[in-house]
Ligand binder design. Structure first.
Ligand SMILES: Nc1ncnc2c1ncn2[C@@H]1O[C@H](COP(=O)(O)OP(=O)(O)OP(=O)(O)O)[C@@H](O)[C@H]1O
Length: 248
């Protein structure tokens, strides 16, 4: 318990308000947001432009400090960490996927995957790395450089790098935005598998409501407020078996 909030795995956003700008001329990006993100589940936060998705993701990643309220990730109050500890915590516990896959163009795909380990002087778990490479179907790409890959391939390599590090939570900020519809669905299925096959907590931030079909829970954000919060219905018409839609 912390301040009356039961905190365990996953993430808790408690009455988080984030304002930017000078007093009197402020923008309220998040307005008293309360959210509990259960571990090992796929949550999608849906909202139009400027609804606060990126700011919420940045608060969850500890990249932005809330004006008020608290964020807990895996039981840790991010406000209790100084900048260095926060950077360390983020590196060890949080994986982040963006629209740009942020791979180094001068390195091969494999070297990009191994880069965080090289920096830390460690190695990935070999069995896990093999599984990640198989599930993401990236074995044929390992010797290629990111500049020769499609956006979808770059995303898969970025996700392989994330999963190999075994983060507790994966935050994805509209990674499908620059992809065509078929490739976007493929990436969504892979994000889904991050939950089901690797047990990760996944939070996707998206303006596109079709991505909701892949998640367990859909949280709607409007003008910095949570306006709706629902579990995916068990009788979802696109997933009769309770699984994910069988689209390519
Ligand atoms: N660093 C900042 N300084 C000032 N205002 C900001 C800053 N970051 C975000 N905002 C404002 O906060 C609000 C929410 O922004 P945010 O980027 O979270 O929206 P979003 O839902 O991610 O939108 P989009 O889908 O267009 O990326 C917007 O009004 C935005 O202008």
């Amino acid at each position: 318990m912390s301040g009356g909030i039961p905190v365990s795995g996953g993430a808790v956003v408690s009455r988080v308000t984030k304002r930017f700008g000078r007093p009197g001329r402020e923008t309220t990006a998040l307005d008293s947001v309360d959210l509990r993100i259960a571990p090992g589940r796929f949550t999608t936060v849906i909202g139009a432009a400027n609804s606060g998705k990126s700011v919420l993701m940045r608060c969850l990643a500890g990249l932005e400090r809330p004006t008020s309220g608290a964020v807990f990730v895996e039981g840790t109050d991010l406000a209790s960490l100084g900048e260095l500890d926060l950077t360390e915590f983020r590196r060890e516990r949080i994986g982040m996927l963006f629209q740009q896959s942020n791979l180094l163009p001068e390195l091969t795909a494999l070297d990009n995957v191994l880069l965080p380990f090289d920096i830390a002087g460690t190695r990935p778990d070999p069995a896990l790395l093999e599984q990640v490479l198989d599930v993401l179907a990236v074995r044929d790409l390992l010797e290629q450089r990111p500049t020769r890959m499609s956006p979808s391939e770059r995303h898969r390599i970025a996700l392989a790098r994330i999963l190999a590090q075994q983060p507790d939570i994966v935050l994805a900020d509209e990674p499908m935005k620059s992809l065509d519809a078929v490739t976007a669905r493929h990436l969504l299925r892979i994000l889904r598998r991050c939950c089901t096959e690797f047990g990760r907590t996944v939070v996707l931030f998206s303006a596109d409501s079709t991505s909701a079909a892949y998640s367990d829970r859909i949280v709607s954000l409007k003008s910095g407020r949570v306006t709706n919060d629902q579990e995916r219905p068990a009788d979802c018409p696109c997933c009769p078996d309770g699984g994910v839609p069988e689209i390519a």
